[in-house]
Design a protein around this ligand. Structure first.
Ligand code: FES
Length: 348
């Protein structure tokens, strides 16, 4: 049975000129299926110009609120985001895949952690869910947020964050960066190494953070990961999610063809694949129904196991070295290297 469901849009609110929030009506029968942990995303699907387009969006509502909301920023040339902004209406039904994702914060009632999140632009969406869930569910937990944007008018969730600062002033603080507007009380510029180092060693000096959550463009994440190692960040307590889908690189590692066997939902299919074609593309072209969403190596929904043969990923920012060693691949990024390969979606 396909793991896809139709949900009705119950609210569409513009929070800035180019960013909207969609809330979905959740039928009682699906609440269990759509339970989520703060930081997870859902995948929205729609046929546009005769082709199914899928995009994953982080849930920005708190899990305990029993609301399911996503925020969508308009991307120039973005087929789905432009359709959602211009055409999608309240009352429309959308095909939606249930929550997934490994970038999560699961807080408990007795949580005493102090969390630090660093977000830029639409990278704030999973962090919003984490902040709201932590502050409302865990009375002893604290949250600090460093949030970068170009200017105030394009800042997503600006009002919601100010409300949270006012409501939880003892347990939540916000440092805003604006790269194109000088705003009193905020930092001017990008969240780069120098600015972050200064902030951590001055304004946030003396605060011990237990966990770090980073979400935004790759350059910001790489900078923050490196800088935070001097302030308690380790590979265990620093979690991150890239928030962009870079175009596929054209580098081809091998040429020719290979025989591929795909194990999916207990059924095996064997066919020939060009070594230049990513595994996911070939599997979709065979009309099989593998899990996938972003097709850009960002979301992690397309993971499968190479149980025989060899594949190399064009890029991988998600799987750990250990996971790659044990044979896991992002199939949207995987190119086959061996002359025969078995890709198992059922054993991950
Ligand atoms: S489909 Fe998103 S990482 Fe492969």
């Amino acid at each position: 049975m396909k793991n896809e469901f139709y949900l009705k849009v119950s609210r569409k609110t513009f929070m800035t000129q180019n960013a909207l929030e969609l809330e979905f009506e959740m039928p009682q029968a699906l609440t269990q299926k759509f339970q989520f942990v703060a930081g997870q995303y859902i995948t929205l699907c729609h046929d546009i110009n005769g082709q199914e387009v899928r995009r994953s969006y982080s849930l920005c509502s708190a899990p305990s609120s029993q609301k399911w909301s996503v925020a969508i920023k308009r991307v120039s040339q973005g087929i789905f985001s432009n359709w959602a902004h211009d055409v999608l209406s309240v009352g429309d039904s959308l095909k939606v895949l249930p929550p997934e994702g490994r970038f999560t914060l699961e807080t408990q009632n007795n949580d005493t952690n102090h969390y630090l999140a660093i977000a830029a632009g639409s990278g704030i969406t999973p962090i919003m869910s984490m902040i709201q869930e932590t502050l409302t569910k865990s009375p002893k937990a604290k949250f600090s947020l460093i949030y970068g944007n170009q200017n105030q008018t394009e800042t997503m969730f600006a009002q919601n964050l100010n409300d949270l600062v006012a409501r939880f002033s003892e347990r939540f603080d916000l440092v805003s960066f604006f790269s194109r507007e000088d705003v009193p009380g905020a930092r001017f510029g990008r969240i780069d190494n120098g600015a972050l180092r200064h902030l951590m060693s001055q304004q946030l000096a003396g605060t011990t953070f237990d966990q770090f959550f980073l979400c935004g463009p790759e350059a910001m994440i790489e900078t923050a990961k490196t800088t935070l190692t001097d302030f308690g960040g380790t590979s265990q307590n620093t979690h991150y999610e890239l928030f962009f889908s870079a175009p596929k690189e054209s580098a081809t590692l091998a040429s020719g063809q290979s025989t591929i066997t795909v194990v999916l939902d207990g059924v095996s299919d064997t066919f020939v694949i060009d070594k230049e074609t990513p595994v996911l593309d070939a599997v979709l072209a065979k009309d099989l129904d593998p899990p996938y969403s972003c097709q850009g190596g960002v979301c992690s929904s397309c993971i499968a196991r190479v149980s025989e043969g060899k594949a190399t990923m064009i890029k991988n920012q998600i799987l750990t070295d250990g996971e790659v060693e044990e044979g896991l691949v992002l199939t949207c990024q995987a190119l086959v290297e061996s002359d025969a390969i078995v890709i198992d979606y059922d054993n991950v």
